[in-house]
Design a binder for this molecule. Structure first.
Ligand code: GDP
Ligand code: GDP
Length: 460
Protein backbone atom coordinates (compact mmCIF):
# COMPACT_ATOMS: atom_id res chain seq x y z
CA UNK A 1 0.00 0.00 0.00
CA UNK A 2 1.61 3.26 -1.12
CA UNK A 3 1.89 5.92 1.55
CA UNK A 4 0.25 9.26 0.86
CA UNK A 5 1.81 12.65 1.58
CA UNK A 6 -0.43 15.71 1.37
CA UNK A 7 0.98 19.20 0.80
CA UNK A 8 -1.07 21.84 2.55
CA UNK A 9 -0.60 25.58 2.79
CA UNK A 10 -1.94 28.94 1.72
CA UNK A 11 -1.32 30.02 -1.87
CA UNK A 12 2.19 31.02 -2.90
CA UNK A 13 4.14 29.22 -0.20
CA UNK A 14 5.69 26.85 -2.75
CA UNK A 15 3.45 23.76 -2.76
CA UNK A 16 3.50 23.28 -6.50
CA UNK A 17 7.24 23.92 -6.61
CA UNK A 18 7.72 21.13 -4.10
CA UNK A 19 5.18 18.92 -5.88
CA UNK A 20 7.00 19.35 -9.18
CA UNK A 21 10.33 18.59 -7.63
CA UNK A 22 9.02 15.41 -6.05
CA UNK A 23 7.23 14.11 -9.15
CA UNK A 24 9.66 15.30 -11.80
CA UNK A 25 11.12 11.92 -12.67
CA UNK A 26 7.70 10.93 -13.87
CA UNK A 27 7.65 13.61 -16.55
CA UNK A 28 9.70 11.46 -18.85
CA UNK A 29 7.13 8.68 -18.87
CA UNK A 30 4.23 10.94 -19.63
CA UNK A 31 6.30 12.70 -22.29
CA UNK A 32 6.32 9.47 -24.29
CA UNK A 33 2.65 10.09 -24.95
CA UNK A 34 2.01 13.42 -26.60
CA UNK A 35 -1.50 14.50 -25.73
CA UNK A 36 -1.15 13.57 -22.12
CA UNK A 37 -0.09 15.96 -19.42
CA UNK A 38 0.84 15.09 -15.91
CA UNK A 39 -1.77 15.69 -13.28
CA UNK A 40 -0.67 18.79 -11.43
CA UNK A 41 -2.36 17.84 -8.22
CA UNK A 42 -1.78 14.12 -7.75
CA UNK A 43 1.46 12.39 -8.52
CA UNK A 44 3.75 9.56 -7.77
CA UNK A 45 7.08 10.34 -6.27
CA UNK A 46 10.03 8.55 -4.85
CA UNK A 47 12.40 9.09 -2.02
CA UNK A 48 15.42 6.83 -1.89
CA UNK A 49 13.71 4.29 -4.14
CA UNK A 50 10.56 4.27 -2.06
CA UNK A 51 7.47 5.27 -4.00
CA UNK A 52 4.68 7.30 -2.48
CA UNK A 53 1.70 9.34 -3.62
CA UNK A 54 1.95 13.10 -3.25
CA UNK A 55 -0.99 15.48 -3.35
CA UNK A 56 -0.90 19.22 -3.74
CA UNK A 57 -4.13 20.08 -1.99
CA UNK A 58 -4.10 23.57 -3.46
CA UNK A 59 -7.60 24.25 -2.24
CA UNK A 60 -6.85 25.41 1.25
CA UNK A 61 -7.03 29.13 1.85
CA UNK A 62 -7.66 29.51 5.55
CA UNK A 63 -9.96 32.42 4.96
CA UNK A 64 -12.32 33.92 7.57
CA UNK A 65 -15.22 32.14 5.86
CA UNK A 66 -14.08 29.05 7.66
CA UNK A 67 -11.67 26.64 6.23
CA UNK A 68 -14.08 23.76 5.73
CA UNK A 69 -16.22 25.80 3.41
CA UNK A 70 -13.31 26.70 1.25
CA UNK A 71 -11.66 23.37 0.89
CA UNK A 72 -12.42 21.37 -2.17
CA UNK A 73 -13.89 18.02 -1.24
CA UNK A 74 -10.98 16.05 -2.62
CA UNK A 75 -8.46 18.23 -0.81
CA UNK A 76 -10.26 17.66 2.42
CA UNK A 77 -10.33 13.94 1.80
CA UNK A 78 -6.66 14.04 0.87
CA UNK A 79 -5.80 15.40 4.28
CA UNK A 80 -8.02 12.80 5.92
CA UNK A 81 -6.50 9.97 3.95
CA UNK A 82 -2.88 11.11 4.09
CA UNK A 83 -0.27 9.24 6.07
CA UNK A 84 1.69 12.44 6.54
CA UNK A 85 0.75 16.07 6.07
CA UNK A 86 3.37 18.62 5.10
CA UNK A 87 2.12 22.04 6.12
CA UNK A 88 4.09 24.62 4.18
CA UNK A 89 4.66 28.18 5.32
CA UNK A 90 6.74 30.92 3.71
CA UNK A 91 9.89 31.75 5.67
CA UNK A 92 10.27 35.00 3.74
CA UNK A 93 6.72 36.28 4.13
CA UNK A 94 6.51 35.30 7.79
CA UNK A 95 3.51 34.13 9.73
CA UNK A 96 0.11 35.14 8.36
CA UNK A 97 -3.49 34.86 9.51
CA UNK A 98 -4.10 32.31 6.78
CA UNK A 99 -1.34 30.11 8.20
CA UNK A 100 -3.01 30.33 11.60
CA UNK A 101 -6.36 29.34 10.12
CA UNK A 102 -4.89 26.27 8.49
CA UNK A 103 -2.94 25.35 11.62
CA UNK A 104 -6.16 25.47 13.59
CA UNK A 105 -7.83 23.13 11.17
CA UNK A 106 -4.88 20.73 11.13
CA UNK A 107 -4.65 20.59 14.89
CA UNK A 108 -8.18 19.22 14.92
CA UNK A 109 -7.21 16.43 12.55
CA UNK A 110 -5.62 13.48 14.13
CA UNK A 111 -2.71 13.53 11.72
CA UNK A 112 1.01 13.52 11.70
CA UNK A 113 1.74 17.08 10.59
CA UNK A 114 5.18 18.35 9.63
CA UNK A 115 5.47 22.11 9.76
CA UNK A 116 7.71 23.13 6.89
CA UNK A 117 9.20 26.58 6.36
CA UNK A 118 9.98 26.98 2.68
CA UNK A 119 12.19 29.50 0.85
CA UNK A 120 14.99 29.47 3.42
CA UNK A 121 17.56 30.01 0.67
CA UNK A 122 19.65 33.15 1.14
CA UNK A 123 18.09 34.29 4.42
CA UNK A 124 18.91 33.85 8.08
CA UNK A 125 16.69 30.80 8.34
CA UNK A 126 16.82 30.16 12.07
CA UNK A 127 15.62 33.61 13.01
CA UNK A 128 13.11 33.71 10.17
CA UNK A 129 11.37 30.52 11.21
CA UNK A 130 11.29 31.25 14.94
CA UNK A 131 7.83 32.81 14.87
CA UNK A 132 6.28 29.69 13.32
CA UNK A 133 6.78 27.77 16.54
CA UNK A 134 3.77 29.64 17.84
CA UNK A 135 1.60 27.53 15.52
CA UNK A 136 2.23 24.67 17.93
CA UNK A 137 2.38 21.93 15.35
CA UNK A 138 4.93 19.26 16.04
CA UNK A 139 8.16 19.95 17.84
CA UNK A 140 10.16 21.29 14.96
CA UNK A 141 9.93 23.71 12.07
CA UNK A 142 11.56 21.94 9.16
CA UNK A 143 13.53 24.18 6.83
CA UNK A 144 13.56 23.66 3.10
CA UNK A 145 14.11 25.49 -0.17
CA UNK A 146 11.83 23.64 -2.54
CA UNK A 147 13.08 25.58 -5.54
CA UNK A 148 16.61 24.32 -4.93
CA UNK A 149 15.85 20.98 -3.36
CA UNK A 150 17.50 21.90 -0.09
CA UNK A 151 16.27 19.80 2.83
CA UNK A 152 13.67 18.03 0.71
CA UNK A 153 14.97 14.45 0.74
CA UNK A 154 15.70 14.72 4.43
CA UNK A 155 12.18 15.92 5.14
CA UNK A 156 10.49 13.24 3.06
CA UNK A 157 12.63 10.50 4.52
CA UNK A 158 11.56 11.62 7.95
CA UNK A 159 7.89 11.93 7.01
CA UNK A 160 7.83 8.50 5.43
CA UNK A 161 10.04 6.76 7.95
CA UNK A 162 7.40 4.45 9.44
CA UNK A 163 6.05 3.53 6.00
CA UNK A 164 9.43 2.96 4.41
CA UNK A 165 10.22 0.32 6.99
CA UNK A 166 6.94 -1.38 6.18
CA UNK A 167 7.48 -1.16 2.43
CA UNK A 168 11.04 -2.49 2.57
CA UNK A 169 9.91 -5.64 4.27
CA UNK A 170 7.21 -6.13 1.61
CA UNK A 171 9.62 -5.42 -1.18
CA UNK A 172 12.08 -8.09 -0.19
CA UNK A 173 9.46 -10.67 -1.08
CA UNK A 174 9.11 -9.42 -4.61
CA UNK A 175 11.34 -10.22 -7.51
CA UNK A 176 13.90 -7.52 -7.89
CA UNK A 177 14.14 -6.08 -11.36
CA UNK A 178 16.93 -3.84 -10.19
CA UNK A 179 19.35 -6.73 -10.05
CA UNK A 180 18.63 -7.54 -13.64
CA UNK A 181 19.69 -4.13 -14.83
CA UNK A 182 23.13 -4.66 -13.38
CA UNK A 183 23.77 -7.82 -15.37
CA UNK A 184 26.18 -7.20 -18.21
CA UNK A 185 25.25 -8.57 -21.56
CA UNK A 186 28.05 -11.10 -21.96
CA UNK A 187 27.15 -12.84 -18.74
CA UNK A 188 23.46 -12.18 -18.88
CA UNK A 189 21.45 -15.24 -18.02
CA UNK A 190 17.91 -14.78 -19.12
CA UNK A 191 16.78 -17.58 -16.86
CA UNK A 192 17.49 -15.18 -14.04
CA UNK A 193 14.55 -13.03 -15.15
CA UNK A 194 11.60 -14.62 -13.50
CA UNK A 195 8.37 -14.33 -15.41
CA UNK A 196 5.27 -14.82 -13.31
CA UNK A 197 3.42 -18.07 -13.79
CA UNK A 198 0.91 -17.90 -16.58
CA UNK A 199 -1.71 -19.17 -14.23
CA UNK A 200 -1.29 -16.31 -11.82
CA UNK A 201 -4.30 -14.47 -10.60
CA UNK A 202 -5.07 -11.33 -12.51
CA UNK A 203 -5.62 -8.34 -10.29
CA UNK A 204 -8.09 -6.28 -12.27
CA UNK A 205 -8.91 -2.75 -11.16
CA UNK A 206 -12.07 -1.09 -12.36
CA UNK A 207 -11.15 2.55 -12.78
CA UNK A 208 -13.21 5.54 -13.78
CA UNK A 209 -14.49 8.89 -12.62
CA UNK A 210 -17.74 9.01 -10.65
CA UNK A 211 -20.90 7.82 -12.42
CA UNK A 212 -19.27 6.14 -15.41
CA UNK A 213 -20.81 2.85 -14.34
CA UNK A 214 -18.13 1.15 -12.23
CA UNK A 215 -20.58 -0.30 -9.72
CA UNK A 216 -23.01 -1.33 -12.39
CA UNK A 217 -20.23 -3.16 -14.20
CA UNK A 218 -18.91 -4.79 -11.04
CA UNK A 219 -22.40 -5.97 -10.17
CA UNK A 220 -22.86 -7.28 -13.67
CA UNK A 221 -19.58 -9.18 -13.54
CA UNK A 222 -20.30 -10.61 -10.12
CA UNK A 223 -23.85 -11.47 -11.02
CA UNK A 224 -22.68 -13.60 -13.86
CA UNK A 225 -19.60 -15.17 -12.39
CA UNK A 226 -19.04 -17.43 -9.51
CA UNK A 227 -18.14 -15.33 -6.56
CA UNK A 228 -15.81 -17.24 -4.31
CA UNK A 229 -15.76 -14.90 -1.39
CA UNK A 230 -17.73 -11.77 -1.12
CA UNK A 231 -17.50 -10.62 2.38
CA UNK A 232 -14.66 -8.20 2.78
CA UNK A 233 -14.72 -5.05 4.78
CA UNK A 234 -14.47 -1.90 2.73
CA UNK A 235 -13.19 1.28 4.30
CA UNK A 236 -13.30 4.76 2.85
CA UNK A 237 -9.62 4.54 2.16
CA UNK A 238 -9.31 1.14 0.61
CA UNK A 239 -10.87 -0.63 -2.31
CA UNK A 240 -12.80 -3.87 -1.93
CA UNK A 241 -10.90 -6.92 -3.19
CA UNK A 242 -13.15 -9.61 -4.60
CA UNK A 243 -11.79 -12.99 -5.69
CA UNK A 244 -13.59 -14.55 -8.64
CA UNK A 245 -13.10 -17.03 -11.43
CA UNK A 246 -13.75 -17.03 -15.14
CA UNK A 247 -12.84 -19.72 -17.69
CA UNK A 248 -10.53 -21.40 -15.23
CA UNK A 249 -8.64 -18.16 -14.65
CA UNK A 250 -8.59 -16.65 -11.20
CA UNK A 251 -9.12 -12.93 -10.82
CA UNK A 252 -9.11 -10.48 -8.01
CA UNK A 253 -11.46 -7.68 -8.83
CA UNK A 254 -10.34 -4.42 -7.27
CA UNK A 255 -13.52 -2.50 -6.77
CA UNK A 256 -12.87 1.19 -6.21
CA UNK A 257 -16.56 2.07 -6.19
CA UNK A 258 -17.35 0.10 -3.08
CA UNK A 259 -20.47 -1.66 -4.36
CA UNK A 260 -20.77 -3.46 -1.09
CA UNK A 261 -21.99 -0.35 0.61
CA UNK A 262 -24.76 0.16 -1.86
CA UNK A 263 -26.34 -3.08 -0.84
CA UNK A 264 -27.23 -1.36 2.39
CA UNK A 265 -30.79 -0.25 2.74
CA UNK A 266 -29.73 3.34 3.15
CA UNK A 267 -27.88 3.16 -0.13
CA UNK A 268 -25.19 5.66 0.68
CA UNK A 269 -23.17 6.13 -2.44
CA UNK A 270 -19.56 5.94 -1.51
CA UNK A 271 -17.47 9.03 -1.93
CA UNK A 272 -15.19 9.02 -4.91
CA UNK A 273 -11.58 9.13 -3.81
CA UNK A 274 -8.67 9.82 -6.13
CA UNK A 275 -6.27 8.33 -3.61
CA UNK A 276 -8.17 5.09 -3.50
CA UNK A 277 -8.08 4.99 -7.27
CA UNK A 278 -4.34 5.66 -7.37
CA UNK A 279 -3.68 2.87 -4.93
CA UNK A 280 -5.88 0.47 -6.86
CA UNK A 281 -3.96 1.27 -10.04
CA UNK A 282 -0.66 0.62 -8.32
CA UNK A 283 -1.86 -2.66 -6.94
CA UNK A 284 -3.43 -3.98 -10.14
CA UNK A 285 -1.95 -5.98 -13.00
CA UNK A 286 -4.54 -4.74 -15.44
CA UNK A 287 -6.67 -1.58 -15.26
CA UNK A 288 -10.04 -1.42 -16.92
CA UNK A 289 -10.59 2.28 -17.55
CA UNK A 290 -14.24 3.14 -18.04
CA UNK A 291 -15.29 6.13 -20.08
CA UNK A 292 -18.84 7.45 -20.26
CA UNK A 293 -20.04 7.51 -23.88
CA UNK A 294 -22.56 10.14 -22.97
CA UNK A 295 -19.94 12.56 -21.73
CA UNK A 296 -17.11 11.92 -24.14
CA UNK A 297 -13.51 12.11 -23.04
CA UNK A 298 -13.00 14.47 -20.15
CA UNK A 299 -9.89 15.83 -18.47
CA UNK A 300 -10.56 13.54 -15.56
CA UNK A 301 -10.45 10.50 -17.86
CA UNK A 302 -7.14 11.70 -19.27
CA UNK A 303 -5.74 12.24 -15.84
CA UNK A 304 -6.70 8.69 -14.79
CA UNK A 305 -5.15 7.42 -17.99
CA UNK A 306 -1.98 9.31 -17.12
CA UNK A 307 -1.83 7.60 -13.72
CA UNK A 308 -2.23 4.19 -15.31
CA UNK A 309 0.54 4.87 -17.80
CA UNK A 310 2.82 6.35 -15.18
CA UNK A 311 2.39 3.25 -13.10
CA UNK A 312 3.18 1.12 -16.15
CA UNK A 313 0.02 -0.89 -15.76
CA UNK A 314 -1.75 -2.82 -18.49
CA UNK A 315 -4.83 -1.16 -19.85
CA UNK A 316 -8.14 -2.04 -21.41
CA UNK A 317 -10.55 0.75 -22.31
CA UNK A 318 -14.30 0.36 -22.02
CA UNK A 319 -16.67 2.97 -23.38
CA UNK A 320 -19.78 2.41 -21.31
CA UNK A 321 -23.45 3.35 -21.74
CA UNK A 322 -23.28 2.37 -25.41
CA UNK A 323 -26.94 1.33 -25.26
CA UNK A 324 -29.64 3.37 -26.93
CA UNK A 325 -27.33 5.75 -28.81
CA UNK A 326 -28.00 6.96 -32.35
CA UNK A 327 -25.52 5.89 -34.98
CA UNK A 328 -24.53 9.49 -35.57
CA UNK A 329 -23.74 9.87 -31.89
CA UNK A 330 -21.72 6.65 -31.93
CA UNK A 331 -19.74 7.91 -34.92
CA UNK A 332 -19.04 11.17 -33.21
CA UNK A 333 -17.79 9.40 -30.07
CA UNK A 334 -15.56 7.12 -32.10
CA UNK A 335 -13.93 9.97 -33.92
CA UNK A 336 -13.40 11.78 -30.65
CA UNK A 337 -11.71 8.67 -29.30
CA UNK A 338 -9.42 8.60 -32.31
CA UNK A 339 -8.59 12.23 -31.96
CA UNK A 340 -7.99 12.36 -28.23
CA UNK A 341 -6.86 8.84 -27.40
CA UNK A 342 -5.21 7.85 -30.67
CA UNK A 343 -1.85 7.89 -28.93
CA UNK A 344 -2.89 4.98 -26.74
CA UNK A 345 -2.48 2.65 -29.67
CA UNK A 346 -1.63 -0.34 -27.50
CA UNK A 347 -4.94 -0.63 -25.67
CA UNK A 348 -8.02 -2.45 -26.88
CA UNK A 349 -11.24 -0.46 -26.81
CA UNK A 350 -14.60 -2.08 -26.03
CA UNK A 351 -18.01 -0.52 -26.40
CA UNK A 352 -20.22 -1.88 -23.68
CA UNK A 353 -23.39 -1.50 -21.75
CA UNK A 354 -22.84 -2.42 -18.13
CA UNK A 355 -26.54 -1.93 -17.59
CA UNK A 356 -27.64 -4.51 -20.14
CA UNK A 357 -24.49 -6.61 -20.15
CA UNK A 358 -23.75 -6.04 -23.82
CA UNK A 359 -20.08 -6.57 -24.66
CA UNK A 360 -19.11 -7.26 -21.05
CA UNK A 361 -18.13 -10.89 -21.70
CA UNK A 362 -15.55 -9.88 -24.29
CA UNK A 363 -13.68 -7.70 -21.83
CA UNK A 364 -12.02 -10.76 -20.32
CA UNK A 365 -10.29 -11.62 -23.59
CA UNK A 366 -8.56 -8.26 -23.72
CA UNK A 367 -7.83 -8.30 -20.01
CA UNK A 368 -6.20 -11.68 -20.31
CA UNK A 369 -4.29 -10.66 -23.43
CA UNK A 370 -3.01 -7.55 -21.66
CA UNK A 371 -1.96 -9.58 -18.64
CA UNK A 372 -0.13 -12.17 -20.72
CA UNK A 373 1.56 -9.46 -22.77
CA UNK A 374 2.76 -7.72 -19.65
CA UNK A 375 4.14 -10.83 -18.04
CA UNK A 376 5.30 -13.01 -20.88
CA UNK A 377 8.87 -14.12 -21.10
CA UNK A 378 10.89 -12.32 -23.71
CA UNK A 379 14.41 -13.51 -24.31
CA UNK A 380 17.56 -11.51 -24.73
CA UNK A 381 18.27 -13.02 -28.13
CA UNK A 382 14.78 -12.03 -29.21
CA UNK A 383 15.00 -8.41 -28.08
CA UNK A 384 18.44 -8.05 -29.67
CA UNK A 385 17.21 -9.55 -32.92
CA UNK A 386 14.27 -7.15 -32.99
CA UNK A 387 16.66 -4.26 -32.32
CA UNK A 388 18.83 -5.32 -35.26
CA UNK A 389 15.81 -5.44 -37.55
CA UNK A 390 14.51 -2.08 -36.36
CA UNK A 391 17.90 -0.41 -36.88
CA UNK A 392 18.30 -2.08 -40.26
CA UNK A 393 14.93 -0.76 -41.43
CA UNK A 394 15.51 2.72 -40.12
CA UNK A 395 18.81 3.92 -38.71
CA UNK A 396 19.02 6.21 -35.70
CA UNK A 397 19.93 9.81 -36.62
CA UNK A 398 23.35 11.47 -36.36
CA UNK A 399 24.38 13.59 -33.42
CA UNK A 400 27.27 16.05 -33.75
CA UNK A 401 28.32 14.35 -36.96
CA UNK A 402 28.39 10.89 -35.44
CA UNK A 403 25.68 8.32 -35.85
CA UNK A 404 23.92 7.24 -32.66
CA UNK A 405 24.66 3.53 -32.28
CA UNK A 406 22.37 0.96 -30.72
CA UNK A 407 24.31 -2.23 -30.15
CA UNK A 408 22.36 -4.83 -28.24
CA UNK A 409 19.44 -5.26 -25.89
CA UNK A 410 18.30 -7.39 -23.01
CA UNK A 411 15.05 -8.06 -21.24
CA UNK A 412 15.01 -5.91 -18.13
CA UNK A 413 11.85 -7.06 -16.42
CA UNK A 414 8.17 -7.73 -16.64
CA UNK A 415 4.88 -6.09 -15.91
CA UNK A 416 5.39 -3.89 -17.79
CA UNK A 417 7.92 -5.43 -20.16
CA UNK A 418 11.20 -3.56 -20.01
CA UNK A 419 13.72 -3.64 -22.82
CA UNK A 420 17.19 -2.33 -22.03
CA UNK A 421 19.12 -1.12 -25.05
CA UNK A 422 22.86 -0.52 -24.95
CA UNK A 423 24.61 1.83 -27.32
CA UNK A 424 26.56 5.04 -27.87
CA UNK A 425 25.23 8.60 -27.49
CA UNK A 426 21.89 7.10 -26.46
CA UNK A 427 20.86 10.18 -24.52
CA UNK A 428 20.63 12.09 -27.79
CA UNK A 429 18.11 9.70 -29.28
CA UNK A 430 15.08 11.78 -30.30
CA UNK A 431 11.61 10.91 -28.93
CA UNK A 432 10.36 10.09 -32.41
CA UNK A 433 12.98 7.36 -32.75
CA UNK A 434 12.13 6.03 -29.29
CA UNK A 435 8.49 5.79 -30.33
CA UNK A 436 9.54 4.05 -33.52
CA UNK A 437 11.44 1.45 -31.47
CA UNK A 438 8.53 1.04 -29.09
CA UNK A 439 6.13 0.33 -31.94
CA UNK A 440 8.60 -2.00 -33.56
CA UNK A 441 8.88 -4.02 -30.37
CA UNK A 442 5.14 -3.99 -29.90
CA UNK A 443 4.47 -5.38 -33.34
CA UNK A 444 7.28 -7.91 -33.41
CA UNK A 445 6.64 -9.28 -29.94
CA UNK A 446 2.85 -9.02 -30.29
CA UNK A 447 2.50 -7.10 -27.08
CA UNK A 448 -0.97 -5.65 -26.67
CA UNK A 449 -2.59 -3.89 -23.75
CA UNK A 450 0.56 -2.86 -21.97
CA UNK A 451 3.08 -0.09 -22.38
CA UNK A 452 6.62 -1.22 -23.14
CA UNK A 453 9.36 0.57 -21.28
CA UNK A 454 12.58 1.06 -23.13
CA UNK A 455 15.63 2.05 -21.14
CA UNK A 456 18.90 3.11 -22.68
CA UNK A 457 22.40 2.45 -21.38
CA UNK A 458 25.57 4.07 -22.59
CA UNK A 459 28.31 1.58 -23.35
CA UNK A 460 31.91 2.42 -24.00
P1 GDP B 1 1.91 27.46 -4.30
O1 GDP B 1 0.89 28.49 -4.64
O2 GDP B 1 1.94 27.15 -2.84
O3 GDP B 1 1.81 26.22 -5.15
O4 GDP B 1 3.35 28.13 -4.59
P2 GDP B 1 4.31 28.00 -5.86
O5 GDP B 1 4.99 26.69 -5.88
O6 GDP B 1 3.57 28.43 -7.07
O7 GDP B 1 5.43 29.05 -5.47
C1 GDP B 1 5.13 30.44 -5.27
C2 GDP B 1 6.38 31.27 -5.55
O8 GDP B 1 7.42 30.96 -4.62
C3 GDP B 1 6.98 31.01 -6.92
O9 GDP B 1 7.35 32.24 -7.50
C4 GDP B 1 8.18 30.16 -6.63
O10 GDP B 1 9.19 30.31 -7.59
C5 GDP B 1 8.62 30.65 -5.28
N1 GDP B 1 9.37 29.63 -4.52
C6 GDP B 1 8.97 28.34 -4.32
N2 GDP B 1 9.90 27.69 -3.59
C7 GDP B 1 10.90 28.57 -3.35
C8 GDP B 1 12.16 28.48 -2.66
O11 GDP B 1 12.57 27.44 -2.14
N3 GDP B 1 12.91 29.62 -2.59
C9 GDP B 1 12.50 30.78 -3.17
N4 GDP B 1 13.30 31.81 -3.05
N5 GDP B 1 11.34 30.89 -3.84
C10 GDP B 1 10.55 29.81 -3.94
P1 GDP C 1 -20.02 4.59 -10.62
O1 GDP C 1 -20.12 5.84 -9.83
O2 GDP C 1 -18.90 4.66 -11.63
O3 GDP C 1 -19.97 3.35 -9.78
O4 GDP C 1 -21.36 4.53 -11.54
P2 GDP C 1 -22.70 3.68 -11.34
O5 GDP C 1 -22.47 2.24 -11.63
O6 GDP C 1 -23.27 4.04 -10.01
O7 GDP C 1 -23.58 4.26 -12.51
C1 GDP C 1 -23.95 5.63 -12.57
C2 GDP C 1 -25.26 5.77 -13.34
O8 GDP C 1 -25.07 5.36 -14.69
C3 GDP C 1 -26.38 4.89 -12.77
O9 GDP C 1 -27.55 5.64 -12.86
C4 GDP C 1 -26.40 3.71 -13.71
O10 GDP C 1 -27.66 3.12 -13.80
C5 GDP C 1 -26.01 4.34 -15.04
N1 GDP C 1 -25.37 3.37 -15.93
C6 GDP C 1 -24.33 2.55 -15.63
N2 GDP C 1 -24.02 1.79 -16.69
C7 GDP C 1 -24.88 2.12 -17.69
C8 GDP C 1 -25.06 1.68 -19.04
O11 GDP C 1 -24.38 0.80 -19.55
N3 GDP C 1 -26.03 2.29 -19.76
C9 GDP C 1 -26.82 3.26 -19.24
N4 GDP C 1 -27.73 3.78 -20.03
N5 GDP C 1 -26.68 3.69 -17.98
C10 GDP C 1 -25.73 3.14 -17.20
Amino acid sequence: MLPVVALVGRPNVGKSTLFNRLTRSRDALVADYPGLTRDRQYGQAQVEEHPFIVIDTGGIHGDEEGIDALMAEQSLMAVEEADAVLFLVDARAGLTAADQGIAEYLRKQNKQVFLVANKVDGIDADSAVAEFYSLALGDKVHQIAAAHGRGVTQLLTLALEPHIAELSSEKSHEESDDDIDEVDYENFDEESVEAPEENDKIKLAIIGKPNVGKSTLTNRILGEERVVVYDMPGTTRDSVYIPMERNGREYTLIDTAGIRRRKNVNDVVEKYSVIKTLRAIEDANVCLLIIDAREGITDQDLSLLGFILEAGRSLVLAVNKWDGLDDSVKDRIKSELDRRLGFIDFARIHFISALHGTGVGHLYESVEEAFISATKRISTSMVTKVLDLAVFDHQPPMHNGRRIKLKYAHAGGYNPPIVVIHGNQVKHLPPSYKRYLMNYYRKSLKIMGTPIKIEFRETS
